[in-house]
Each structure stands twice: as C-alpha cells, then as structure tokens.
Design a protein around this ligand. Structure first.
Ligand code: UT7
Length: 327
C-alpha cells in the first residue's frame, strides 16, 4: 500500500423541500405518530416532488461537494453513485449526474443499499491511494419514495429521499481515511429486497399488481442483523485503524431506527452523546443516510479538526460497512 494520505476534500448534501410528517402519514395508512416515534424515532422525512429523479438530488449535492473542495467539475476524474433507486436500469445514474454537473470522466453506480456510501468511500479511497485517480466524487443518493408501497404501513413510514456527496483525494492536513471494512451475507438477501424489475422477475402486469416492484422487508429480522453487523463493523474498523473505541469522538451510523442505534451503543458501551442522529428529521435515506449525517455533523461542529470519526452502515444484501476517518 502506498504512503499517500487519502481523505475527504469536500462535502455536499441536498434534501428535497417537501416534508412528510408522521401526522401526514396518519391520513394515508393505519398508523399513528406515537407508533412511528416510539418504534423508530422518526418524526418526519423529505419526499421529492413528482418528476424529480435521484440524479437531480445527486447533482445538487455533488456541485456543493466540488465547490467545498475548491475544485471544478473538470477536476473530477471518477464518479461513483451509490443508490438503490437509480433513475433507470441503464444507463447508470452516475452517467446522468456526470452530464448534469458538466464533468467528463469514468462514471458508474454501485449497489450496496444502505451501506452504499461507505462502500463507495472504500472504493474511492483505494483508487486514489493506488495513484490511478486524483479526485473521485462519491455520492449516496436516493429517491426511495418511488420504490415504496404507500399502502404498506410496515415500510412506508420508514424511508425518505435525499443525497450527499464527498470528494475523495490526497490530503495533507487531516481528513484521512484511516481504515475501511466491507461485509456482506448473501444468504440473507430475501430479508430486504425489491424482488421484481430485474432479470429474475422481469416486469409484467402481474408483478405490478402484486406489488413486487416495491421494498419488501422482514423488519424484526433485519433489526437483529443490523445490531450484530454494526457491532462487528465498528469492532473491525477500529482494529484496522489501530484506534481504541474510547478514542472515537463521533459515530455516524446509518439512520434506520433509533432503537438500533441505542442497542449498538449499549452493547459496545458507547456513550450515546457520541452517536450522531438525524433520522428524526429524514427517516432512512438508504445510501444517502451516512453521508448526509456526516455533512450535518461537520456543519454542527460535532465533527471537527482531529476528531476520530467512524461511519457505520448496514442494509439489504445483507451488507455492512465501516470507515474510520481522522477529520
Ligand atoms: O436500512 C436498513 C433497513 N431497515 C431497517 O433497519 C429496519 C429494521 N427494522 C425495524 O426498524 C423495525 O423492525 C420496524 C420499525 C420495521 C418494525 O418495528 P418492530 O418493533 O420490529 O415491529 P413489528 O414489525 O414486530 O410489528 C409490531 C406490530 C405489528 O402488529 P401485530 O402483528 O403485533 O398486531 C405490526 O403490524 O406493529 C404493527 N405495525 C404498525 N403499527 C402501526 C407495523 N408497522 C406499523 C405502523 N403503524 N406503521
């Protein structure tokens, strides 16, 4: 491995303006604000206006990240978009974003669901460290609202739309990515999936009528795996980064459920004030979740110069991932 120090040069985020509260959902499905708040911690989420695609949110976040890195789109030599809600099956959302921001470079999507951003960061870090690329735009962006069955109360209350972006490059004054760790267990693929629309179950009127193009989830099983895999990911990434758990200043977890975050913190003895939470405002934004949380934690001063930060996520696959960063 080269001695090059690689890290985050700039951050950006974009959240749609439209807010959908738990009280709005009470009028749409058989649910209550009380159930959603106590079972998940979510109070509201952002939802796009009809006609807005994932690439629209991604491009807004990307432009801010490039600007905050003091670069121009011409400086970007690779774009990676992590998403489970691509604009379409092909071309990749990354190619559409490339056109929207006015860059000219290699561009591709990755599919690691809610672990997508840390997966993308690990790829970006490796490619910059190798010397093959200088400035890689890593984006986590989702319009999950297009893939949700708005009649299914067990899933529609959980998700939200949004995007975040980071420019990865060589660093000289902090922000180093110290270690990354990626995991997956395909034997649990069926716990959380959008079954139809791909080659296994191509779209037909029957698949549409059966709701097979929407997110399906066995919530309580995913919950248990989430706690186990996040504990594993934090343990492994801190070992690889050679830092003690007590030396971590801020944990930026995937924002799916407050009870999951409490369980992870409790199991590991992490004081909860070190765990960044914004799921009350945005719900689960899948691949956008950790990057938007990092963006906000930096803006709010919860992550500052020399802070040791751990990003940690889990999601469909099942996948899990963590990145340790010295800010
Ligand atoms: O991004 C990664 C992916 N996802 C996750 O991390 C999600 C992980 N799982 C979870 O967060 C939780 O499992 C949920 C929030 C999805 C569900 O919470 P739970 O405590 O596991 O509830 P449950 O699924 O066991 O359901 C309990 C009850 C059921 O009623 P019965 O069968 O006990 O009568 C559900 O029908 O709650 C009912 N229920 C609801 N009630 C009101 C489920 N959804 C709702 C709802 N409003 N929205």
């Amino acid at each position: 491995m080269s001695n090059r120090r690689v890290g985050i040069l700039g951050l950006g985020a974009y959240l749609p303006e439209k807010v959908l509260t738990n009280f709005d959902l009470e009028k749409m499905v058989d649910t209550t604000d009380e159930w959603i708040t106590t079972r998940t911690g979510i109070r509201e989420r952002r939802i796009v206006e009809k006609g807005t695609a994932t690439s629209d949110l991604a491009a807004r976040a990307a432009k801010e990240a490039i600007q905050s890195a003091k670069l121009t789109p011409a400086d970007i030599d690779l774009i990676i978009v992590a998403t489970i809600s691509p604009d379409m099956l092909m071309p990749s959302t990354a190619c559409i974003v490339q056109e929207k921001i006015g860059a000219k470079c290699g561009s591709f999507d990755i599919s690691a669901a809610c672990s997508g951003f840390p997966y993308g960061l690990a790829i970006g870090e490796g490619l910059v460290r190798s010397g093959a690329y200088r400035h890689i735009l890593v984006i986590g962006a989702e319009v999950t609202s297009s893939f949700i069955n708005w009649k299914d109360r067990s899933t529609c209350v959980l998700f939200g739309d949004g995007a975040g972006a980071a420019v990865v490059g060589e660093v000289h004054d902090g922000h180093d990515i110290l270690a990354t760790y990626l995991g997956a267990d395909g034997s649990q693929a069926k716990l959380l999936q959008i079954p139809a629309g791909g080659s296994a179950i191509p779209p037909t009127t029957e698949t549409i009528n059966s709701g097979l193009h929407f997110v399906q989830m066995e919530g309580s099983e995913v919950f248990k795996s989430a706690v186990r895999t996040m504990v594993d990911a934090i343990t492994e990434v801190t070992r690889r980064a050679n830092i003690k758990l007590g030396e971590i200043d801020c944990f930026i977890p995937h924002q799916a459920n407050l009870r999951i975050l409490n369980a992870v913190a409790e199991r590991m003895g992490i004081p909860f004030e070190k765990v960044y939470v914004n799921l009350d405002r945005y719900g689960n934004m899948s691949a956008a979740s950790t990057i938007v949380a990092l963006y906000e934690a930096v803006k709010e001063g919860k992550v500052k110069k020399d802070s040791n930060v751990v990003l940690v996520a889990f999601g469909s696959g099942l996948t899990w991932a963590a990145c340790a960063i010295r800010w």
